[in-house]
Ligand binder design. Structure first.
Ligand SMILES: [Zn+2]
Length: 178
């Protein structure tokens, strides 16, 4: 999902259970609209000239069938993905908006792995305080437990950090506190 995509040239595609799936460009959206795979929930103001008639481009569509693989598939590990999972917030001091690094909860020097369960977003100050110690040794607390997200969980996390979320709330498809 690209957060910079403009909504007026893209269409929001919802999974069959109305959870957010992705943005598709208007051409792909038009192709889907003429297939029997989606239902249009909302049209945009964009007019598309067809061969002998004009169409309104869809703004929000829902798949007829649920794509279930997103609930089973796992997101590949990367620093960037960990920062998104932790919402660009340090898991030790809870502060956002600082330059972040990846902290190994159990340090690598003590056999800690580089994976979803052992790596968290951490600000430089907390990273320096922690050094090559475990949280217990450093007397530091994790404010939330790290986890391996499924694709669906990760899409949801990314959605909450993007402008698309506001659009879905505005359209009444998501409630503000969902
Ligand atoms: Zn911190």
């Amino acid at each position: 999902m690209d957060d910079k995509v403009k909504i007026n040239t893209s269409c929001i595609l919802l999974n069959g259970d109305y959870s957010y799936l992705c943005l598709v460009d208007w051409k792909k959206a038009m192709c889907l609209m003429f297939s029997d795979k989606v239902k249009v929930l909302k049209y945009s103001d964009r007019i598309i000239q067809g061969v002998d008639k004009v169409f309104r481009a869809p703004a929000v569509m829902v798949l007829i069938k649920i794509v279930r693989s997103v609930y089973r598939g796992r997101v590949p590990f990367s620093k960037k993905n960990v920062l998104f999972r932790d919402r660009f917030t340090c898991v030790y001091c809870g502060k956002a908006g600082k330059p972040l690094t990846l902290d190994h909860i159990i340090p690598r020097s003590k056999g800690g792995k580089t994976d979803w369960e052992n790596c968290v977003a951490c600000c430089r100050g907390c990273n320096i305080n922690k050094g090559a110690k475990t949280p217990r040794e450093a007397r530091m607390h994790l404010i939330k437990r790290p986890f391996q997200p499924t694709i669906a969980e990760f899409i949801r996390i990314r959605l909450e950090q993007s402008t698309v979320y506001g659009v879905l709330v505005e359209l009444g498809i998501y409630s503000a506190k969902a």
